[in-house]
Design a protein around this ligand. Structure first.
Ligand SMILES: C[S@@+](CC[C@H](N)C(=O)[O-])C[C@H]1O[C@@H](n2cnc3c(N)ncnc32)[C@H](O)[C@@H]1O
Length: 272
């Protein structure tokens, strides 16, 4: 890719998705764009970039941005956050929402579905405590391709072996050839929507718990702060935010503060 095309392309991806691509990402960009170029019958990546510079082609734009997203995810990712969800966050929700018996959870970078389905399985396992409750799990992502996979709920052997306890695999998945499909009752617990975190997401409504894990790492400080501040607006005063292990609110926004002794969980800062 020519230096001028690289500069255009990285700005284009930043404007469309917030994803920052440094000079060291040239190889990544080229390897991810090659299949898109082939799909659109463009002989080279230079031609693909030329096409992007030209009149708007919504399909090409969507696929190019999609190709630059990293959709890596796995069930019960990092373990501990979901132990905390089961032993601390859920009991707190059940106590604090006992009058209304309702709560909403948002996975703001749901990718291929492992995170929202992990939460759904935990809630299913806690079904006896949730009798008479209404709750929703909403999963959003920028990548339509990842969301299609999430909606299908079909995973490879490798994917179900990463973090998913065997008893949950047996209980909630059905083998289909060499793949595994998650049970319809778990799939039905999650609503998926295509949402770009750069754009207004207020229409999604309020959320008691937000999982925004392993996506802020791709953004610069300004974008991180802006997204977190808009997430804060969707939460009640006792709302909780989950970030990924390599992410923090410190130095990014004062709207949230770490929950004492609970790594990865953040609460709203009173008065901010
Ligand atoms: C590494 S995955 C994280 C999946 C999951 N949260 C986890 O922790 O396993 C990052 C996801 O962020 C999504 N993403 C990147 N930029 C985004 C944006 N501007 N708006 C919404 N989603 C975005 C990507 O499509 C990708 O699926």
């Amino acid at each position: 890719m020519k230096p001028d095309d690289f500069a255009f392309f990285t700005k284009y991806i930043y404007d469309q998705s917030g994803i920052v691509l440094g000079a060291d990402k040239m190889y990544l960009i080229e390897s991810r764009l090659a299949p898109v170029a082939r799909k659109f019958n463009l002989a080279t990546i230079d031609l693909l970039v030329a096409q992007l510079r030209g009149p708007r082609d919504a399909n090409l734009q969507r696929e190019v941005v999609d190709a630059m997203t990293t959709n890596e995810s796995f069930f019960f990712r990092d373990g501990k956050p979901f132990d905390q969800f089961k032993s601390l966050v859920l009991p707190q929700l059940l106590a604090n929402r006992a009058a209304k018996k309702t709560f909403r959870i948002w996975c703001a970078a749901a990718s291929t579905g492992q995170e929202p389905y992990t939460i759904a399985m935990i809630l299913k396992e806690a079904a006896t405590q949730l009798i008479g409750w209404r709750y929703e799990i909403v999963g959003t992502d920028l990548s339509s391709e990842a969301l299609d996979r999430a909606r299908n709920g079909v995973y490879t052997q490798f994917e179900v072996q990463r973090g998913l306890p065997i008893q949950l695999l047996v209980k909630y998945f059905k083998q289909q050839g060499d793949k595994w499909q998650i049970a319809p009752e778990i799939r039905a617990m999650v609503q998926y929507k295509n949402y770009n975190l750069l754009h207004d997401f207020g229409a999604l409504g309020g959320f008691d718990v937000v999982f925004c894990r392993n996506v802020l790492i791709y953004f610069d400080q300004k974008t991180k702060g802006n997204i977190l501040e808009r997430i804060a607006k969707l939460m009640p005063p006792d709302g909780l935010l989950y970030l990924g292990g390599a992410e923090t609110v410190l130095g990014v926004t004062e709207k949230f503060q770490p929950m004492p002794n609970q790594r990865g969980i953040y609460q709203l800062t009173p008065g901010k």
